[in-house]
Design a protein around this ligand. Sequence first.
Ligand SMILES: Cc1cc2nc3c(=O)[nH]c(=O)nc-3n(C[C@H](O)[C@H](O)[C@H](O)COP(=O)(O)OP(=O)(O)OC[C@H]3O[C@@H](n4cnc5c(N)ncnc54)[C@H](O)[C@@H]3O)c2cc1C
Length: 398
Amino acid sequence: MGSSDIAAELNAWLDENWSDELTVRQWWRLLAEAGWAFPTWPAGYGGRAESSAVALLVQDVLLRRQLIGPPHGIAVTMLAPTVLRHGTLEQKQNILPRIVRGELTSCQLFSEPGAGSDLAGLQTSARLMDGEWVVNGQKVWNSHAHDSDLGMLLARTNPTAPKHDGISFLLIPMVQAGVDVRPLRQMNDEVEFNEVFLTDAHVPRDNVLGEVDAGWRVTQTTLGSERSALPARALTPPAGERPGWLDRVACEVYRELQATGSKAKELYPRSGNAARRLAQQVGKWDDQVVRDRVMQLHVLSEANRALTRRLGVTRIAGAPSIVKLAAADLARNARDIDLDILGSAALLSGPDAALGGEIELMALSAHKVSIGGGTDQIQKNILSERVLGLPKEKRDRA
Ligand SMILES: Cc1cc2nc3c(=O)[nH]c(=O)nc-3n(C[C@H](O)[C@H](O)[C@H](O)COP(=O)(O)OP(=O)(O)OC[C@H]3O[C@@H](n4cnc5c(N)ncnc54)[C@H](O)[C@@H]3O)c2cc1C
């Protein structure tokens, strides 16, 4: 089916099914049942086994018609692809419908104080006792652990096996006495991630994705999905019961997000157009050097968009690492250009600063793109060793 046929089918479906009275919860259910929520996923799980190009088209139609997009977040971009690939039928049937309806949220409990780039060095342990896993250890930098229902937890289940072989991928209920989530305030003043202390925390015996002790392979799916995840294009509120959006009227939520959310949405990734608007706002658009640099950013951001689309439809070795490196490069370039346009005024925050302090926030935040999900250096190691076949760097064998 061609893209104009898909758009026509979707528009007809929207004409028939959209109503201004729908709540977010009802709207997300309808999108999922019709397979429009996540078109690349299998039919029956919120999708229709279509290409990434169709998924982007659906987002564009929703954006054009000013309708809320499907749920977005870690459960969608990381947990769902991992369950689709490694989950049992029972796990798929239990977890995926709750994700597509926006009723289940997730977080990634991978990094530890002594295990970031060297993730397989993790020490958190899980032991089977009286028919369930009992978990002890500490995790860190865990985005959205504070409002998550189900954590993707890496724990050592076999302490005597070589370090990559004794790890299991567990799904841990986050709301329980043994899970202590403590927020970390970042230098950009946001509180996006946390440290998580696990003290005799409980995980049901069957909440293992893949085989026991073989979680490393499962982890590669999660990390690959994280590195190549597409940002949501249509506006969408946070999923899950706790943030409180599910039972609100969807078109009112859209208007609210449009008023407040569009600013935040523009923050990542900044485009050439955003830099142009900034230059115009501060009276620097006639400066030839500024115009030249804004044009360069525009070219980089368009090339990035084309690369992401292309890698989304073709399976190329190392694609997630390439997409992630390109996104980090774009964030750094956008930061440098915006800072040069604003000069010392970029140091100001608060409502009186340019764009309400967004540039200062962006400048303090841009670096995180090159760290989260594995640093630039680690992506380059992956590409050089696994894709280009260059000699491996020396590592400690444990
Ligand atoms: C915004 C953000 C969100 C995050 N969210 C999560 C999350 O939800 N869940 C989670 O578990 N973690 C999360 N993290 C943590 C992230 O995965 C780690 O910070 C990252 O893997 C790096 O680990 P580290 O901080 O321990 O740095 P280290 O591993 O100590 O690295 C320090 C420096 O050494 C370099 N280095 C290390 N090893 C090598 C090597 N072999 N070759 C070349 N250079 C090397 C690194 O590139 C880096 O520059 C998040 C981080 C950020 C910034």
